[in-house]
Each structure stands twice: as structure tokens, then as C-alpha cells.
Design a protein around this ligand. Structure first.
Ligand SMILES: [Zn+2]
Length: 261
């Protein structure tokens, strides 16, 4: 009887292997003309940022981050998959991207960091080392578009937080882009906020949450448009990654179109 050949490994079966993630980012950055560099270290893991090598002042800036919650692997995989799959020319926009803000969490499949903190509630406090290093990289930079990628175990489909800002709003179009892969979340209330067809839109007030999520800092100091993308953790990984890719792609295209108009 012939030996059974080992099944081909699934594309996403190493989603919690940080070194593997960074190796793939390095290769993708080479292809896309981005510089990948370590900007700090936390719990024994280097933290990386990818950046357009020669940014052009007349091009929009796009910000992308993933992996602040380590148990949301379609976020880290989605950012990388977008980078490798997008048909957009990388001379059309400038990019600053954080592949994984919580490597210890990714490796340990944990929402929290090694100190038991939810880093997405620490952006009011630059004294917390990984957050301080991240904030230092943001410094006084301005972005036309900021996307922070997440997942949610309670989600019934994809949903998106859009900080109330410039009109027309984009979240409905971003949900539409993801729809071939995952449906929109059907809940009318998400985390205590009114939701409609997967869109949670709100004005941000610093008093709303004294422990700042990353999106608050982006909105208050850095970005014209800020979105938090949440795919449903219970859906298949390939569909979740495809949904993240579709949202990023549509958002960057909308950003380019807005700049042209
Ligand atoms: Zn999250």
C-alpha cells in the first residue's frame, strides 16, 4: 500500500507563528518597495513597521495596523494578504503599516499582552512601553485613512466602527466589499452601541473611554478617517482573511478617489 502523502499544509495553519508572519512581510515588502524595520522590542519579540521607502508629498498616506489582540489572526493574516494580493500600484499612495502590535499575544493566542494588559486600552499612556514606542513612531504624522484590523467572537458577521467624520461615510461600502466573503453582522446593538447592517458610526469624545483604544489616538491626532474592522472569529479563516483584504482594498481605493476628486 503506497504511503499516504502528507496533506498540503493549509495556507493559514501557522497564523500564530510570529517569525513566519514577519518572514512573509519581509518578502512582501521587498516586492512592494516598502522598508520593514524593527522599532522596538516587547517580551522578547521585535516589533516591526513597514513604510514607503520614498514617500511622495502629493500622495495620500494610509495607515494600517493589526494584531493588537493576538487571538484575532485573520487581522494579521488579512493585512499581509492584502499587501501581497492588491492590484494597486504602490506609487499611488504612501503606507505606514504595523504587521502585529502584540506578538506575544499572537504566539499565545491571547487578546492580552504578556503583562495581562489589553494594549488597545492603553493609548492614553505613553509610559506603557509597546504603546509608547508605537506612539513615538506616529509622532506628528497625518494620515488620510487609518484602518485598525480586529476580530470578534460574538460577531454574527463583519462589522465596522466608523468614526463620524468626513462625508460621504464609507463604512457601508466597506461592508459591501466584504459581503462576498462574510455577511454583515445582523445585530442592532454591538458593544452597547447602535448598529445597522454591520455599521457602528459614532462621534468620539475623549471622555467616552478614559482608557484610549488605538482608534481614539488615530482619530484625535493623526487620521482624517478612522475605521476599526471586525470579522467574525467563528467563520472560516479563509473567508475572514478574504473579507479583511476586500475591506482594505476598497478603503484604499476610496481614499485614492477622494484625493483625485
Ligand atoms: Zn480586537
Amino acid at each position: 500500500m503506497p504511503a499516504r502523502r502528507a496533506a498540503k499544509p493549509l495556507q493559514h495553519d501557522r497564523t500564530h507563528d510570529y517569525a513566519h508572519l514577519i518572514r512573509r512581510w519581509r518578502a512582501a515588502c521587498r516586492t512592494r518597495g516598502l522598508r520593514l524595520s524593527a522599532y522596538s522590542e516587547v517580551s522578547g519579540y521585535p516589533l516591526f513597521v513597514a513604510e514607503t521607502r520614498r514617500p511622495r508629498a502629493d500622495r495620500p498616506w494610509v495607515y494600517l495596523s493589526a494584531g493588537i489582540h493576538g487571538d484575532e489572526s485573520a487581522a494579521t493574516e488579512g493585512a499581509l494578504a492584502w499587501l501581497t494580493q492588491t492590484r494597486l500600484g504602490f506609487d499611488a499612495f504612501n503606507l505606514l503599516a504595523f504587521p502585529c502590535l502584540n506578538p506575544w499575544g499572537l504566539v499565545n493566542n491571547s487578546r492580552l499582552d504578556a503583562e495581562g494588559r489589553d494594549l488597545n486600552r492603553t493609548y492614553h499612556d505613553p509610559g506603557i512601553p509597546p504603546t509608547g514606542a508605537h506612539l513615538a513612531r506616529l509622532h506628528d504624522r497625518r494620515f488620510d485613512l487609518a484602518l485598525t484590523l480586529h476580530e470578534d467572537y460574538d460577531a454574527t458577521g463583519i462589522y465596522i466602527y466608523e468614526v463620524k467624520g468626513p462625508t460621504p461615510h464609507w463604512a457601508e461600502q466597506l461592508i459591501d466589499a466584504a459581503r462576498p466573503h462574510v455577511p454583515a453582522d445582523t445585530r442592532r446593538s454591538i458593544e452597547g452601541r447602535a448598529a445597522r447592517n454591520g455599521v457602528v458610526r459614532r462621534k468620539l469624545d475623549p471622555a467616552l473611554m478614559p482608557h484610549f483604544p488605538e482608534a481614539f489616538t488615530l482619530h484625535f491626532h493623526h487620521a482624517a478617517r478612522t475605521f476599526t474592522v471586525e470579522t467574525p472569529s467563528e467563520a472560516g479563516i479563509d473567508a475572514r482573511v478574504a473579507a479583511q483584504v476586500a475591506v482594505i482594498e476598497r478603503a484604499v481605493r476610496l481614499c485614492l478617489a477622494e484625493r483625485r476628486s
